[in-house]
Design a protein. Structure first.
Length: 175
């Protein structure tokens, strides 16, 4: 019998996320100067910051190149931000080699075809509820939440709760 996603949560040390369609709802607003603006959910940001503060590695691999996205993610404490990536598998392999991360320790959340080959290499491929059918078909976990609406919070919270770290970082600030 195939391993359920809940059995894999204890093995996760690293989160890798796509941007458009995962951290955003996949829509862009084009400003008069041509800049493409994206909207992100504050709860996803809170969860990513909590993950970083608890020692998880958080990485972003995206085909998009928006510098506003980079600034937002850096402000959350994320340092491994790869934007404008033409080959996500190559970037993923370089990232995991740098940190000596085993693929089975990685939860990768993607939503569309550019994520497909990377997701086949990780321990826990996950996607938002509104992901492409091909991505849903290879995901071990499909969030009940759409991209840009808190699906990143959903997966981070599940991992941290199983590992006993979800409220730990919050409580430590107020004890």
């Amino acid at each position: 019998m195939a391993e359920s996603y809940k059995e894999i949560l204890n093995n996760i040390t690293t989160f890798v996320f796509d941007v458009d369609g995962v951290l955003t709802d996949g829509t862009i607003h084009v400003a008069p100067d041509g800049e493409m603006l994206r909207k992100m959910h504050i709860r996803d940001g809170y969860a990513m910051k909590a993950a970083v503060e608890n020692g998880y590695t958080v990485c972003i691999i995206s085909g998009g190149k928006n510098e506003g996205v980079r600034i937002r993610l850096r402000n959350l404490g994320i340092t491994d931000i790869y934007l404008g990536v033409p080959n996500k598998v190559e970037t993923f392999n370089e990232f995991t080699d740098i940190y000596n991360i085993k693929p089975e320790q990685v939860l990768y959340m993607g939503d569309d075809i550019p994520d497909f080959h990377v997701m086949q290499r990780v321990g826990l491929p996950a996607c938002p509820q509104d992901a492409a059918p091909e991505i849903k078909a290879i995901s071990k976990y499909i969030s009940h939440i759409n991209g840009g609406q808190g699906c990143v919070r959903d997966v981070i919270e599940q991992v941290m709760k199983v590992q006993g770290k979800w409220m730990e970082h919050f409580n430590a600030r107020y004890d």
